[in-house]
Ligand binder design. Structure first.
Ligand SMILES: Nc1ncnc2c1ncn2[C@@H]1O[C@H](COP(=O)(O)OP(=O)(O)O)[C@@H](O)[C@H]1O
Ligand SMILES: [Mg+2]
Length: 418
């Protein structure tokens, strides 16, 4: 345990990471733990929480540390060139391809690729990426023979991945493949006193740069920062510290100095107390809380899906005779293809459908009545077509039976039938 604490402290010093909150320490602990194993890691967290340093820590603490490390922001490369950037292209592969290009997957052979904002990848590129991850082979644009590469992938995403999957913008099979080990970086508002520690670090850095004394926080200003929601997270705190240092050099920051920066104390809103503060965005806050909750459910369900996937693989291996089956246990039949297995896994399908349903019930929409009416009518019609046979109706509607049951209940169709 002590040795572990020392390692974490070393990492924090080396990479300029500040904070002692449980969430941060846990994230660093996992990063160090998985560094030496060649597993895919997915870093999940809101914008500005400090995701970019994690893949670097993983690479530097792995056996690949003397090989190449590339960080690629998938959201900033145009869709037309991303395949050639990642996988390379042959000479004359497309108009303008004068020379050939190796691509990151070739160049990083033996090393690590950090795919930042991986949720932004176009679907065609996702298919290519899945192929490399599963086979270690990739094909350059304009070529047909595959090339071998040995690259470790660390990807990062903001928390909306569950939504991208349910909307069909991100392949769930690729998600499972990337997310072997998830590392969650908590938002700044959940890091308690880290806010103060990080503020002090930034203030000191700025003061060192300009050879002056750092700004400090009055007790009231500190309280305000601790109770603020920080939508831009640590990046926002850094900007604020820079601005305050420029406007009030070497001063003790008073709460009124924060007024220009829209730093409001939101603590009372979360507690559910009605306040008359005109700056208080209580309905926004409710939606925000709801979204956080929903995201938490997404992550939990996703993790459960992974567990189902894992168990399914174990069962499959047992059936293939690659491991000894415990005596007296009858194993269910698993599909030979892992992707089909997860797709045909009723529990996994159920989870994905639940995710979609949660997403459909967004309170911001105020419940789109026409869509709901349409859905209700379709269900009614399907049931009538199949003489109230729910199994057939569900098949027709392309939803699971469980889902149909839920919807029948939701729309009160069971009462209507009686
Ligand atoms: N715990 C931390 N201590 C000090 N600086 C941090 C910490 N976490 C993040 N930062 C800084 O905050 C900024 C935003 O981090 P970044 O990794 O770019 O966020 P993300 O990729 O999650 O949007 C960077 O300048 C980073 O160095
Ligand atoms: Mg980033």
């Amino acid at each position: 345990m002590e040795k572990n604490d020392k390692t974490i402290q070393n990492i924090k010093n080396r990479y300029g990471i500040v904070g002692n909150s449980d969430g941060l320490l846990r994230a660093l602990e996992i990063a160090i733990m998985v560094a030496s194993r060649d597993l895919s890691v997915l870093i999940i967290g809101e914008s500005g929480v400090g995701k970019e340093v994690i893949p670097r820590i993983i690479h530097d603490n792995s056996a690949r540390k003397h090989n190449k490390y590339f960080a690629i922001n998938c959201g900033s490369i145009p869709e037309g060139t991303i395949d050639s950037e990642l996988f390379g292209h042959a000479k004359g592969a497309f108009t303008g391809a004068v020379g050939e290009r190796e691509g990151y997957f070739g160049a990083a052979d033996g090393g690590t690729l950090f795919l930042d904002e991986v949720g932004e990848l176009p679907l065609a590129t996702q298919a290519r990426l899945l192929r490399v991850l599963e086979t270690g082979e990739y094909i350059r644009v304009g070529e047909s023979t595959p090339k071998k590469t040995n690259v470790r992938i660390v990807a990062a995403t903001n928390v909306n991945m569950g939504k991208a999957i349910s909307e069909g913008k991100f392949r769930s099979d690729l998600y499972y493949r990337l997310n072997t080990i998830p590392i969650n970086l908590p938002p700044l508002r959940e890091r308690g006193r880290d806010i103060e520690l990080i503020f002090r670090k930034f203030a000191r850095d700025i003061a060192d740069k300009y050879h002056c004394e750092p700004i400090s926080l009055s007790a009231e200003a500190k309280e305000r920062l601790l109770n603020y929601t920080w939508p831009g997270n640590i990046r926002q705190l850094r900007n604020l510290t820079e601005q305050l240092s420029a406007m009030y050099p070497e001063q003790d920051i008073l709460p009124e100095m924060l007024n220009d920066f829209d730093i409001t104390d939101d603590s009372h809103v979360g507690a559910g107390i009605v306040v008359s503060n005109p700056h208080c965005k209580s309905s926004d806050q409710t939606v925000h809380q709801y979204e956080l909750e929903r995201e938490r459910i997404f992550t939990t369900l996703m993790m459960l899906t992974d567990k189902v996937h894992e168990l399914d693989n174990i069962i499959y291996n047992l059936q293939q005779g690659r491991a000894a089956a415990p005596t007296g246990i009858n194993l269910p039949v698993a599909h030979p293809d892992p992707v089909r297995r997860i797709d045909s896994n009723p529990q996994a399908t159920e989870i994905i459908e639940t995710l979609k349903e949660i997403d459909d019930e967004d309170p911001k929409e105020g419940g789109s009545l026409s869509i709901k009416k349409h859905e209700k009518d379709s269900i009614k019609e399907a049931l009538e077509r199949h003489h109230q046979n729910r199994r057939k109706a569900a098949k027709d509607l392309e939803i699971s039976e469980r889902s149909l049951y839920r919807k029948i209940k939701k729309y009160g169709l069971d009462q209507e039938m009686d």
